[in-house]
Design a protein. Structure first.
Length: 135
């Protein structure tokens, strides 16, 4: 390794690459540790096709539940509060041909509101829940 003696012949012409190699090795170790963590599996319970069951002849009209940014709920474009939502969910959960609940949550809505709606739907036994986007 060359050293500058300070003899006044100008700036040192060689670059010290040791810090660069140290940083690269640290980044390599971080990548080697975090890459396997990021590839963990998420278990999803997907519905299985059953060829013996014919599709329903006249499926129920889907229910559109809109959640705006403030957390206000709209059941088929009609404002509804949380108690009214639970009552509506309880009614459709009792039907033999349950309609699909299509949830349209605004981009800025708090996750807690969406999670509470999903928990209510699951607690009443709804099985057809979907997410939509747009107006």
């Amino acid at each position: 390794m060359a050293m500058s003696t300070g003899s006044g012949k100008g700036p040192m012409a060689e670059i010290n690459v040791t810090p660069l190699v140290d940083v690269m090795l640290v980044l390599l170790i971080i990548f080697m540790i975090t890459a396997p963590i990021l590839t963990h599996k998420v278990k999803i319970d997907l519905p299985q096709p059953n060829p013996n069951v014919p599709p329903p002849e006249n499926p129920a009209e889907p229910i559109r539940l809109k959640i705006d940014q403030s957390g206000a709920l709209y059941w088929n474009d009609t404002p509804v509060d949380e108690l009214g939502l639970k009552a509506q969910i309880a009614v459709i959960a009792q039907q033999s041909n349950q309609p699909e609940l299509q949830i349209n949550a605004a981009d800025g809505v708090a996750y807690e509101v969406v999670a509470r709606v999903l928990a209510d739907a699951k607690s009443y036994g709804l099985t057809k829940i979907g997410f939509t986007e747009g107006q």
